[in-house]
Write a protein that binds this ligand. Structure first.
Ligand code: GLU
Length: 555
């Protein structure tokens, strides 16, 4: 029997599901094209798990020629914070993951399947809720919080499963007259599903990541609409992902427990269920064990932390790809310069158990990512970071743009690019010797080199130094001064009888390196010196000689 009078009393007027179906047609994409969505609650910032999900969404859509869109799930006003969408969108944009469809800016939506903000879709949910009421599949429940608590207490006492179901669902079969009377009297109500589930029955679902899952059928008369008429996540998920024609629901595996309910909802609504893809929980190692990354305890749970720490977004994405598909690293080794988008990502190759998030590994990946960047890319990345976190450094980099780009270009490209930076916040210290304003001329000699010998090396080298020398000429000159100073010009020869020498040519160039840069390790010293220029190098050689002479005098 149609519960039309009740449905009309609950939801007067409004569009029909048939009208909505016409307004949200199939997308007409080629076979196999995945439609994915990132659907955060507006909690203000992008979490690592969110980024992991969004990257999976975007990669799958891109790989299959599909569509990725953003939907804002703002039905839980208690969790919402003011301006909570901005942080999320900024987070996505920082990683180049802001799609063209959905919520694309604060107060801005694009695409034909909107609105993409759930609070603007209330009438749509009500249209489907009304149909379920007409069919007797949903009903108003007038139980108060107190009534529900009393029910729970009774269930606990009698040792049965707690919840609103079966014979415990006291508003399920209220007489129509009573329903209408209570509605007219203005009693608050929630709208509940009349679950067709049977206790003890199982359903099987093919999860695209976890494989075949066998789960107990849902028997709970869950709430579909809250007392304020706003849908719960479950109901909104079914209606939205159906109408927006999502093909793959990619979400964290904390949702697996709700899967039977979602499958049931798609069933009673007459929708085809999407493919479900439950991504592994991100874990971290602690005290020899593993635990879930916690939004409260772990700073790295917020994606903004990576940027603060100076990890380039490209590196974070690259690292997340290694967690997404275990064969990613082999693919990367085979093609170090291939764009991420070319990786043949497979949902089925995602880890089923938790994915271990390891900052040390990220750091390693980041070194390689920065090493593979062009000088211009690394300059832009470094400047972008410094603009936010070190404006004085940013000003220096901007003033000396060509010089800074040339500095970053040393030892870049080629088979063995330098890998001296994992994070942009290391650059200022690592390269301070390139800038007089930052350079500290004081240096420590290694224990096996005496100050007098260092001074002698510098004294012999300084008049020979010519900023125009190419690498061979440059090294030839250093080698040339060695023998006369008791340093072996050839490392192999030195190794045959180290006691016969004060050191070797590497030690001599090491002294020059220290004199010019204050560092024991730098990229190609000849290139560094060429970039620093004749005048600056001569000054530093002179300064270092004085420093060594001072040391000899014990100053
Ligand atoms: N709004 C849900 C959350 O923030 C998203 C879950 C989903 O992707 O379906 O947890």
């Amino acid at each position: 029997m149609c519960k039309c009078a009740l449905a009309e009393a609950l939801f007067p007027g409004g569009k029909t599901p048939e009208e909505l179906e016409l307004a949200y047609p199939e997308r007409g994409l080629p076979e196999g094209a995945a439609v994915t969505r990132f659907s955060p609650s507006p909690t203000g910032f992008l979490h690592l798990g969110g980024l992991f999900g969004a990257l999976t969404d975007a990669t799958l859509a891109q790989n299959t020629g599909g569509v990725f869109y953003v939907r804002v799930e703002d039905t839980d006003k208690k969790r919402e914070i003011a301006d909570g969408v901005r942080g999320l969108l900024d987070g996505l944009a920082a990683y180049g993951l802001l799609p063209e469809e959905g919520v694309v800016g604060v107060g801005r939506e694009a695409g034909k399947y909107g609105p993409y903000t759930q609070s603007k879709r209330i009438e749509i949910y009500h249209a489907y809720a009304k149909r379920l009421v007409e069919q007797g599949i949903a009903y108003p429940c007038f139980c108060t919080e107190e009534r529900l608590s009393a029910l729970r207490a009774e269930q606990e006492q009698t040792n049965v499963n707690t919840g609103y179901y079966g014979t415990w669902a006291c508003c399920r079969d209220l007489p129509a007259q009573e329903q209408l009377r209570r509605l007219q009297a203005g009693e608050p109500y929630t709208l509940r599903l009349r679950s067709p589930g049977v206790e003890g029955r199982k359903i099987t679902v093919q999860d695209q990541i976890k494989g075949k899952l066998e789960l107990p059928e849902n028997i709970m008369d869950v709430v579909l609409l809250k007392t304020n008429g706003v849908p719960t996540y479950h109901f909104a998920h079914a209606v939205d992902d159906h109408l927006m024609r999502t093909t793959h629901v990619i979400r964290g595996d904390e949702w697996v427990a709700s899967l039977p309910l979602h499958i049931q909802l798609f069933g009673v609504l007459g929708f085809r269920a999407p493919k479900y893809c439950h991504t592994p929980t991100l874990m971290k190692e602690e005290n020899g064990g593993k635990r879930k990354i916690s939004k409260r305890k772990d700073p790295e749970a917020a994606t903004s932390w990576f940027w603060e720490q100076g990890y380039p977004p490209e590196a974070v994405l690259e690292y997340l790809m290694t967690l997404m598909n275990s064969d990613f690293e082999a693919w990367r080794r085979a093609g170090p310069d291939a764009p991420l988008a070319a990786f043949p990502f497979r949902l089925q190759r995602m880890s089923v158990s938790g994915a271990l998030f390891d900052v040390a590994k990220l750091t390693d990946v980041s070194k390689n990512v920065i090493a593979r960047m062009s000088a211009a890319q690394s300059y832009a990345g470094l400047l972008g970071w410094a603009n936010t976190y070190d404006p004085a450094w940013a000003a220096l980099l901007t003033r000396e743009e060509a010089f800074a780009a040339a500095m970053l270009d040393i030892d870049r490209g080629g088979k063995k690019p330098r890998k001296d930076l994992a994070r942009w916040n290391e650059a200022k210290t690592a390269y301070q010797y390139f800038f007089d304003a930052l350079h500290d001329p004081a240096f420590q000699l290694p224990a096996h080199i005496a100050a007098a010998d260092a001074e002698a090396i510098l004294r012999a080298y300084a008049p020979l130094y010519d900023p125009e020398d190419d690498k061979d000429a440059w090294f030839g000159k250093i080698r040339g001064i060695c023998a006369g100073l008791g340093f072996c010009p050839d490392v192999k020869l030195f190794k045959t009888d180290p006691s016969a020498w004060k050191g070797h040519v590497g030690d001599a160039s090491g002294v020059i390196r220290l004199a010019v840069t204050g560092r024991e390790n730098t990229p190609d010293l000849c290139a560094v010196m060429r970039l620093l220029g004749g005048e600056r190098v001569r000054q530093r050689l002179q300064g270092a000689m004085l420093q060594m002479a001072g040391k000899e005098r014990g100053a």
